[in-house]
Structure formats: structure tokens, C-alpha cells
Design a protein around this ligand. Structure first.
Ligand code: MCN
Length: 738
């Protein structure tokens, strides 16, 4: 059995040996592209003069908005495409007549080498007339300056999520507490920046693309360019991380494809680090309101306003946030009376995309801060407050006030066991003693309920070759998680063959029949399950061929470890495979598209921090106790906790995409601090599986986002314990703690 074991990742040699192939490594004769970007956050484009740029040796073309024709602009995630809910314009490849954020692409420069392109970018003369920039969400609400004139307002989304009897809740409250909680603007920062190569030949478009969603990209390209998707191939080479940001389709990508079509020659672009910082900013929202609580710490009601920053344009993935954050704010707690007005506004800042957890970290930070605020205000214990409010096991399945059905969960049981296993109370006691000696040590905890495995379906194909080796073609699109190894484990177990005889491929629209992709911690549940079901079908087919060889009825055939047997006769897996190919019905394979519901992982995490005399916050320990269903590969799952928790250290103590009053992003990677090995804590990770109705046959729930969903709340609580101060926004900086 491979499932449940920490099997080493199957395809890491190339990464370790520098032999991987990212988009930028692909050898193809192509022109290089680069972008002229707006220096202003809000301005009219009076004129663009490209003549000097065209004189630079090696420059082939400079295109502006008028040159690049697309049938339609970039849309939004189809699930959210409701014109009644959203006010937006489909974004065109280049800014036309007006720029709406500093860094917005205004022209694409194309040349035979990237150095000439870089030189020519500076020679494109754009005459701007500056307009007042709206940088703060609150200012945008006033609509004094409108960012998209045709929409007549900056408010793109305005919905109220209301349930229960709020008046009663506040009337019966022993205490009403005001709250204001902010999730800061972040930059996902994958190691590989964005990259694309587009080739258009003979009416066929081929795109090599650093993406998480090749099939979705193909549909979008088809819609945007009016080319049938049968004539588009999207290939996802090795992808060096994405963290949700590469679900998004950028105007730069569309400009590159449009240029390749226009020129009839392949065009390539790899974002620089600074371009990547502008391309994928994420989060940034504030919840402001009040909560009603009882003397025992019961949360009776929540009312308030959620304000979400969209940046200058509605991106493909941004609609999730204002729509999902309110639904997830109740979390694992029984609060029934809630009224949240959720608004999303345009600002003259880089557009917001999706980042690990997309909306669940925000909701978790809000509700976990609320739990800690209740504890502080009523002088109760953090754990006690959560215990009082948690949904009980006998209330499962539980439908939250907004209709979200939690299928299962033993929140209270996990909380108690988890804190014991993580030695929370011992650590609390130790920290108190250390503080008496003068050290600023703190211990914090927080709980989370996540929704993962967004679907609704995924694809899997299993083929057996004439030698008996197995090819898995998965709709999952792993880009760092190692989920391909987990999928191989599941299939090798189902077929009872050596895992080294299994190969997993993904990410090419002409190889994979269908795919939704990897995001929302769904691959171990959805994609691995589709492969599992396909493997079972393949085994049945192998049994049928074995029955013919053995001259028995298929029901008589037993299979164990590479051998089919019936009535004392035997035939091996390899012989059956070979025989199938020698017959008139060659080939044993199965294709499966599997639908399933979302899953609800949950857990409790604990952090230990120390603050020094200069206010530098060091997260010393980060400990996790999670129910993620069946753990397919504990090493991979643990790796996800480590990665997510490291990003949580960044969000809680270091990272912020700071934009000044002029709308300029004023950080680079010199001062947008991503945690390095030095800032990374010591990890401890436990997995526990509580009974749950498996939404998918693997029985796995997602773990890919868990630690970044809960981590910021855990670490902030630990900093509060260390310093005695209160923080309702991140990052907590040295100047905040001393
Ligand atoms: N796993 C497991 N048992 C489970 C659940 C998961 O063994 N019960 C393992 C899986 O085999 C896989 C990993 O844990 O190796 C994550 O699986 P899953 O939770 O299904 O998540 P996905 O594979 O769908 O990955 C998506 C998730 C998301 S949404 C973001 S964002 C993210 C993340 O993964 N981005 C990442 N982790 C990342 N890791 C890397 N290195 N790079 C990114 O861009």
C-alpha cells in the first residue's frame, strides 16, 4: 500500500538538478514582448508616439489599444457572471484613452531580443493628462471621481447577507462590542513569474502558458479571440508555483496572443519581478461593525460592513471575495443572527486577484479575531469562548445562516485533543513564566473551518500499455504541491502494481480531455478520485480479458498483486495487458469525469512568538492539528502546512503591498519581505481523521490552503499574548509592538 505513506515525490529530479522547463526555458524562435506601463494611477492618454521606439534596432512592432483587436475583453469567473450582481467592463488588452492604475499596460513593444525591447520601451512617448487618483476604498465609495465612466459609480458589487433576527440578538446582548478588522494587500510571489508564448499558424493557436487552468484559459482565449477552441492548444509546462494567482488571465497575456496573431510570428513574454508584483496583488478588505455577546461569551449577532478593494479592474478571480467572505464569516460557530453589507469598489490601484485561500483567510481572520476580542472583553479564556460557540457533532450536518451545509465535523473534540497534543496549555504556562523574567514571549491559538474541493467535477484517465505500464492523465494541474505523486499512489494501490510503473501527465489541452485545474485545495479529493474511479474501471476491463485467457466467467476471476487467477489457473498483469493489444480489441483504458461536493477540513493551530527589544517579531514554533480526511501522503500534506504557515508568518508580520497616496506601489522585494529560512519557524504537524461522509472516493479533504487560512489569526494572537497590545490588522510591524 502506498496510500498513507510519505512516498518521495516522483518527478523532482529535474527540479533539484535544474532541468525543469518553465515557459521561459522553452526553445522556440519567437519575438520578445515588453510593456510600456503608465507611470500615473489615473490619467487620460492624450497621444502615444511610437516612432522613436520603432527606430531601435531589432524592434519589429509597437502596438497600442487601437492596433490590437479582440472580439471581447477579459471576463470573470462564469459562476459569478451575473450582471445583476456586478458592474464591470470586460477588460481590453491595452489601456484605451485612459489609464486607471500605475503600471497599467499602455503599449506592447515587440522585438527580436529582450534587450532591444527594454530600450525601446523607454522611447515610447505617451502624453498623459493626470486625473485625481482614488487610492483608498473609503474615498472610492463617495463616487467623487469615477474610475469607469460607463458604470457611473465605483461600487461594483453591493449585496446584503442577512439572516435571523438581529434586533433580538442585540436586545438580548450583555455587551455590544465594536470591531474593525483589516486583511492587508498582499503579493502572492511565486518563484516563477508569469510567462507566455503564443504561436498562430495556419489558423491554429498554440499557447505555452504558466497557468493553473489550461482548459479554462483555452475557453477564455476562444471567447476573447473568436477562435474555436478546437483550434487552440494550451500547454502548461512546469509551473514554479502560483498560489492561486495564475488562475487569472492578464491583459498582458491577451496582448501577447493578439500580437502573435497580427504578426503571424510567435511572441513570448516573461514578467519581470516588478511586473509580477503589479500583476498579482491580492486580499485587501475591511470589516467594520459590532458584535452582540452574552456574559458567557456566546456570540449572539454580527452586524457590519465589509468593504473589498478590487483595484482598477474586476479580474477573472476577484468576484469570489465579496461573495464568499460573508458566507464563511460564521465559520465553525453557531451564530445565527447576522447582517453584513458587502461592497466591492474600484480604486486606482493594481487589480486584485486570488491568493491562497481566496476569501477563506479573510473570513477566518475576521471571525477568529472576533473570538479573541470576546475573550479579551469578557476576560474569558480563548479556548472557552470557542468551545461555547462551536457547532456540536450532533448538530451535523449543519446549515449555516447563509445556507452553506457543513457535512460533518467534530470541532469541539478536535479542539480539545489538538490543544492537548500541541501542548498549548503547557506552552501558555511556560510563556507566562518567561514573561515574568522579562522576555516578550507569547502563545496564540485559533481554529478554522475551511471549504475546499470546489468543483463541481474533475477528469481522470488511466491507460494500460502493452507492457502493462500505466499512464494516468489527470485533470489536476499540480504546480508545486506534488499532487501527481499522491494520484500515482492511489492508482498504484488500486491496480496493485509498483508505483514506478505509473506515470502521471497533465496540463495540455490536447492530451487531457477535460480539466478544471488545481486551485481551492481540490486535487487530492477531486482529481485523485477521478483517477481512482478510472483505475477501478481499468481493473474490471483487465479482469474481463483475463477471464477470456483463463476461459472462465469474469465473476470467477480474482486479482491480487499483479496476478489474475481462477480455478487454479493464473495469468499475470503483464500477460493480460499484452494479450489485450494482440487481440482485436486493443487497448485497456478508462476515462472518468467525476462530480463531487465541497469538503470541510478544519483544525486548530498554535504559534509561539518572541518579540525582541527592537520590536522584531520572531515566530519560533508553528504547530498544526488538522482533520483533512484520509491523508494520502503525509509528507506532501505536511509540506503544505509548512508552506502555508510560512506565508502566514509573512502576512502576519512582514508582507504588505504598500501603495502611496498617488497610487504608486512603493515596495520592491527589497522591502516587501517574504519570509526566508531565517524567519521560518519550527513546525509540528498532526493529522487526524474524524468520521465524515466522503464527498469523493479518496476520502481526502483539502490541505493546500489551511495554514494560510488560519495562520495569521494564530500568530497575531501570539503577538498579543507577548506584548499585551491589540492588533486587528496585519502585518504587525516592529513599530506597532514597542
Ligand atoms: N494531500 C494529501 N492528503 C489529503 C489532502 C492533500 O496527501 N487529504 C496532499 C496532496 O497530495 C497534495 C497536497 O497535499 O500534494 C495538496 O493537496 P490539496 O489540498 O488537494 O490541494 P491541491 O493539490 O488542489 O493544491 C492547491 C493548493 C492551493 S489552492 C494553493 S493556492 C497552493 C497550494 O495548493 N498553491 C501552491 N499549495 C501550493 N504549493 C506550492 N508548492 N505552490 C503553490 O503555488
Amino acid at each position: 500500500m502506498y496510500t498513507g505513506k510519505p512516498i518521495k515525490r516522483l518527478y523532482d529530479d529535474k527540479f533539484v538538478n535544474g532541468k525543469s522547463t518553465y515557459v521561459d526555458d522553452i526553445q522556440i524562435s519567437a519575438y520578445y514582448a515588453g510593456f510600456v506601463r503608465s507611470p500615473y494611477a489615473h490619467a487620460l492618454i492624450k497621444s502615444i508616439d511610437v516612432s522613436d521606439a520603432l527606430k531601435v534596432q531589432g524592434i519589429v512592432a509597437v502596438f497600442t489599444a487601437k492596433d490590437l483587436e479582440v472580439k471581447e475583453g477579459i471576463g470573470i469567473w462564469t459562476t459569478y457572471e451575473d450582471p445583476k450582481l456586478w458592474k464591470f467592463v470586460k477588460r481590453k488588452p491595452l489601456a484605451d484613452k485612459k489609464v486607471r492604475y500605475a503600471g497599467e499596460p499602455v503599449a506592447i513593444v515587440i522585438g527580436t531580443d529582450k534587450y532591444s525591447v527594454r530600450d525601446a520601451i523607454d522611447k515610447v512617448n505617451v502624453d498623459y493628462e493626470r486625473l485625481p487618483a482614488i487610492v483608498k476604498m473609503e474615498d472610492s465609495l463617495e463616487d467623487k471621481v469615477i474610475i469607469h465612466e460607463e458604470l457611473k459609480t465605483n461600487v461594483a458589487f453591493d449585496q446584503t447577507y442577512s439572516a435571523g433576527n438581529l434586533e433580538n440578538a442585540f436586545k438580548n446582548a450583555d455587551k455590544v462590542i465594536p470591531v474593525e478588522i483589516t486583511n492587508n494587500r498582499l503579493i502572492p510571489s511565486p518563484m516563477e513569474p508569469r510567462g507566455i508564448i503564443a504561436r498562430y499558424e495556419g489558423g491554429f493557436l498554440t499557447v505555452w502558458y504558466s497557468t493553473q487552468v489550461p482548459h479554462t484559459a483555452r475557453s477564455e482565449f476562444s471567447r476573447i479571440f473568436g477562435i474555436p477552441s478546437s483550434k487552440i492548444r494550451v500547454i502548461m509546462p512546469d509551473v514554479g508555483g502560483a498560489f492561486g494567482s495564475k488562475v487569472n488571465i492578464l491583459p498582458e497575456d491577451i496582448s501577447v496572443i493578439a500580437s502573435a496573431i497580427k504578426l503571424g510570428r510567435p511572441v513570448r513574454w516573461t514578467a519581470t519581478r516588478s511586473e509580477e508584483m503589479l500583476a498579482s496583488e491580492a486580499r485587501h478588505n475591511t470589516f467594520k461593525g459590532e458584535i452582540a455577546v452574552s456574559r458567557e461569551g456566546r456570540l449572539l449577532g454580527i452586524r457590519g460592513d465589509l468593504l473589498v478593494d478590487l483595484g482598477a479592474y474586476l479580474t477573472y478571480t476577484a468576484p469570489l471575495q465579496p461573495a464568499i467572505i460573508p458566507l464563511m464569516i460564521p465559520g465553525p460557530y453557531k451564530v445565527r443572527d447576522i447582517h453584513i453589507r458587502s461592497r466591492a469598489v474600484y480604486t486606482n490601484t493594481p487589480p486584485i486577484t486570488m491568493y491562497r485561500g481566496a476569501s477563506r483567510p479573510e473570513a477566518t481572520f475576521i471571525i477568529e479575531r472576533i473570538m479573541s476580542i470576546i475573550a479579551d472583553e469578557l476576560k474569558l479564556d480563548d479556548v472557552r469562548v470557542r468551545e461555547v460557540n462551536m457547532v456540536r457533532t450532533d448538530e451535523m450536518p449543519y446549515t449555516n445562516p447563509f445556507g452553506l451545509k457543513y457535512d460533518s465535523g467534530d470541532y469541539l473534540g478536535l479542539l480539545r485533543e489538538g490543544l492537548k497534543a500541541l501542548k498549548y496549555y503547557q506552552l501558555k504556562g511556560w510563556a507566562e513564566e518567561e514573561r515574568k523574567k522579562g522576555r516578550k514571549i507569547g502563545v496564540g491559538m485559533a481554529f478554522y473551518l475551511e471549504i475546499s474541493g470546489f468543483g463541481p467535477w474533475e477528469f481522470g484517465e488511466v491507460r494500460v500499455s502493452e507492457t502493462g505500464d500505466v499512464l494516468i492523465i489527470t485533470g489536476g494541474t499540480p504546480h508545486g504541491q506534488g499532487t501527481e505523486t499522491a494520484i500515482a499512489q492511489i492508482v498504484a494501490d488500486t491496480l496493485q502494481i509498483d508505483i514506478n510503473r505509473v506515470k502521471v501527465v497533465w496540463g495540455d489541452t490536447e492530451i487531457v480531455a477535460a480539466s478544471m485545474g488545481t486551485y481551492g485545495s481540490r486535487t487530492a479529493s477531486a482529481a485523485a478520485s477521478a483517477a481512482l474511479v478510472a483505475a477501478k474501471e481499468v481493473l474490471e476491463k483487465m479482469k474481463r480479458t483475463a477471464a477470456k485467457i483463463l476461459n472462465v466467467d469474469v465473476e470467477e476471476v480474482a486479482y491480487s498483486n499483479g496476478e489474475f487467477s481462477a480455478g487454479g489457473k493464473k495469468v499475470s498483469w503483464d500477460e493480460v495487458a499484452a494479450s489485450s493489444y494482440a487481440s482485436n480489441e486493443p487497448g485497456i483504458y478508462a476515462q472518468v469525469t467525476l462530480s463531487g461536493d465541497v469538503t470541510f477540513p478544519y483544525g486548530v493551530h498554535v504559534a509561539v512568538v518572541e518579540v525582541d527589544d527592537y520590536g522584531i517579531i520572531k515566530v519560533i514554533d508553528y504547530k498544526a492539528y488538522d482533520d483533512i480526511g484520509v491523508v494520502i501522503n503525509p509528507a506532501l500534506a505536511e509540506g503544505q502546512i509548512h508552506g502555508g504557515a510560512t506565508q502566514a508568518v509573512g502576512q502576519a508580520t512582514l508582507e504588505e503591498a504598500i501603495i502611496n497616496d498617488d497610487g504608486q506601489l512603493v515596495v520592491t522585494y527589497a522591502d516587501y519581505f517574504i519570509p526566508t529560512a531565517v524567519e521560518t519557524p519550527k513546525f509540528e504537524s498532526h493529522f487526524v481523521e474524524k468520521p465524515h461522509p466522503s464527498a469523493y472516493p479518496t476520502g481526502a479533504k483539502g490541505v493546500g490552503e489551511a495554514a494560510l487560512i488560519v495562520g495569521p489569526a494564530v500568530i497575531v494572537r501570539a503577538i498579543e499574548d507577548a506584548t499585551g497590545k491589540r492588533f486587528n490588522k496585519t502585518p504587525v510591524r516592529p513599530e506597532d509592538v514597542i
